[in-house]
Ligand binder design. Structure first.
Ligand code: NAP
Length: 266
C-alpha cells in the first residue's frame, strides 16, 4: 500500500485555506495527522485562524501568503512552503510534500458572454489555471513519490450556467490538466484527481441563504440528496483521495455535489 509504511512526517499544501472549502480541507488533513501549509491570498488573519483551529485540535500547521494572480506569487508560495516545511521537519528527515490541494480560485463569475471583460477573464485564468499549472511544475521536485494532487473543480463543467461561462471554462481546463497530468506523474505513483463541488455553504452562500429564505428549498430541489452542501462534504472525499485508500484512483473527476441536476426525480 502506498503510504502504509510511511515513517516521515506527512505534509500537505492547501491553497486558499484561509476560509471556505480550503479551510475545511486543511482542518481535515490535519486531523489525519498531516502537517499542513495553509495558503492564503490576502487575509493573513483568517489564515492564522485556520492554523489556530488546527492547533486547538492537536494538529500542526503554518500559514503562507501569496497572490496567485502572478507567476512571482507562485514562486513566492513555493519558497514559503519550502521554508515552512524545513522549519517544521525534524533534522533527521528531508522535507517533502505528500499532498497538494489546488483549491484557491476566483469564484465570482465574470458574468455573461457580452458582459465579460478582458481584465477579469485574464485574472480568472491566471488564478484558476495558470497558478496551479506552474505550482505543480515548481513543486514536483518537492513532491514525494506516492503523493497526491487534488484539484478542486466545479459542477459547472457539467451543468451549463450562462453567467459562469469563463469560470466554467477555467474549471474545464483543470479537468483536462487532471487527466493528462495523471499520466505524466503516474510512474512516480503520484495520483491526480479533481473533486467537483456543487453549491457549498461557505460565507457567500450563507449570506445568500439569509437574504433569500426560499434559496435552500430551491437548491435542495435540484439535488438528489436533501441538504445544502457543507465544506466538510468536500473535505472528506479530498482526504480520501489524499490517503493510501485512494491510491488506485487517478485521472478522474469526482462529483461531490449531492447529485445536483441529475435529471427528473420522478
Ligand atoms: P472562497 O470562500 O471564495 O475562498 C477562496 C480562497 O482562495 C481564499 O482562501 C482566498 O484567499 C483564496 N484566493 C482567492 N483569490 C486568490 C488569489 N488571487 N491569490 C491567492 N489566493 C486567492 O472559495 P470557496 O467557495 O471555499 O471555493 C473553494 C474552491 O471550491 C474553489 O476552487 C471554487 O471554485 C470551488 N467551488 C466552490 C463552490 C461553492 O459553492 N463554494 C462550488 C463549486 C466549486 P484570501 O481570502 O486570503 O484572499
Amino acid at each position: 500500500m502506498q503510504n502504509a509504511t510511511t515513517s516521515h512526517t506527512r505534509t500537505a499544501l492547501v491553497t486558499g485555506a484561509s476560509r471556505g472549502i480550503g479551510r475545511a480541507i486543511a482542518l481535515r488533513l490535519a486531523q489525519d495527522g498531516l502537517l499542513v501549509a495553509v495558503h492564503y491570498g490576502s487575509d493573513a488573519a483568517a489564515a492564522q485562524e485556520t492554523v489556530d483551529l488546527i492547533a486547538a485540535k492537536g494538529g500542526r500547521a503554518f500559514s503562507v501568503g501569496a497572490d496567485l494572480g502572478s507567476y512571482e506569487g507562485v514562486l513566492a508560495l513555493v519558497e514559503g512552503v519550502r521554508a515552512g516545511l524545513d522549519a517544521h521537519t525534524p533534522d533527521a528527515e528531508r522535507a517533502g510534500l505528500d499532498v497538494l490541494v489546488n483549491n484557491a480560485a476566483v469564484t465570482s463569475s465574470g458574468g455573461r458572454l457580452q458582459e465579460e471583460t478582458v481584465d477579469r477573464f485574464d485574472r480568472l485564468f491566471a488564478v484558476n489555471v495558470r497558478a496551479p499549472f506552474f505550482l505543480v511544475q515548481q513543486l514536483l521536485p518537492l513532491l514525494r513519490d506516492g503523493g497526491s494532487i487534488v484539484n478542486i473543480g466545479s459542477g459547472v463543467t457539467r451543468i451549463a450556467l450562462a453567467d459562469e461561462l469563463a469560470y466554467a471554462m477555467s474549471k474545464g481546463a483543470m479537468e483536462t490538466f487532471t487527466r493528462t497530468l495523471a499520466n505524466v506523474v503516474g510512474a512516480r505513483r503520484i495520483t491526480v484527481n479533481t473533486v467537483a463541488p456543487g453549491p457549498t455553504q461557505t460565507a457567500a452562500l450563507t449570506a445568500a441563504l439569509a437574504a433569500m429564505p426560499q434559496l435552500e428549498e430551491m437548491l435542495i430541489g435540484g439535488q438528489a440528496l436533501p441538504w445544502v452542501g457543507q465544506p466538510e462534504d468536500i473535505a472528506d472525499p479530498v482526504a480520501f483521495l489524499a490517503s493510501s485508500e485512494g491510491r488506485w484512483i487517478t485521472g478522474t473527476v469526482i462529483d461531490a455535489s449531492g447529485g445536483t441536476y441529475l435529471g427528473p426525480k420522478r
